[in-house]
Design a binder for this molecule. Sequence first.
Ligand SMILES: Nc1ncnc2c1ncn2[C@@H]1O[C@H](COP(=O)(O)OP(=O)(O)OP(=O)(O)O)[C@@H](O)[C@H]1O
Ligand SMILES: [Mg+2]
Length: 282
Amino acid sequence: MEPIIQLDGVGFRYELPREGKSDWSLRGIRLTVHRGEHLAVMGPNGSGKSTLAKLLNGLLIPSEGCIVVDGLDTRDGKTLPAVRRKVGMVFQNPDNQIVGTTVKDDVAFGMENAGIPRKEMLERIREVLDRVGLNGLEASSPHHLSGGQKQRLAIAGVLAMRPEVVVFDEATSMLDPAGRKEVLQAMEELHRTGTTVIHITHSVREAFCAERVLILENGKIQWQGSPRELFLQSEEVCRWSLEVPLAVELKNRLRERGLPVRQDIVGTEELVETIWTLLSRN
Ligand SMILES: Nc1ncnc2c1ncn2[C@@H]1O[C@H](COP(=O)(O)OP(=O)(O)OP(=O)(O)O)[C@@H](O)[C@H]1O
Ligand SMILES: [Mg+2]
């Protein structure tokens, strides 16, 4: 698999560390993100997830080590605008990301700054609003949209810049269940069409959609593997204060009662099937 982002020995410390916190918010990060990958990043509060996200698109520059995005070193000021176009970010709060008075202006904002010609801009606006399902709302005020729609608008603005990678930093955490679903669907669509997706989340269910999960703890990568592997390690999952999926919890209880339920079950469907088989045996 071809790498799209490579981090080598990356450390970061903020100029003014918060009281009682260690100097280094991230330390010794070695990581390769592959082109087209769907990566979930999890870990306790303050473990460095948002710092990592900001380093990936050059909002922050490593204090040590280096990050190369699609061949560009983020320490090189000359190519930094290109890095920021390549790695789009969608943040947690839908309201903080609105920059235009209409949906159309909002999507146009980044492109105007990048000096994209008007004709091209109009084409891209149509294309990206279509992709996130907001076509027909061009003239609406973003403030009147639902939370899920606002986040989809933020995604449209990012997509208009034709990014290689989109980082979602807890982009679903302030939404109601319907809004979450909309954003997760948009994320899946991006992945399906070849965009690299990095999804920072506290939600185990959301991390399940990813191909690889990375756990940060105290600024270090503590673990990485498939979502399935993660939930077979219940002790660690507790230590990292991640919530265990319902199916895993139920499986553990059934096994405690001595029922013949396989240890490697992590999904609801597999568990239902197993219970069904158990019931039909008696
Ligand atoms: N602007 C800042 N100035 C100083 N220290 C900061 C700043 N932002 C974050 N930190 C510190 O860096 C560390 C990592 O913070 P970061 O926000 O990256 O964690 P996080 O994993 O995203 O947490 P959360 O789950 O709460 O969003 C923490 O110790 C935090 O206190
Ligand atoms: Mg954060």
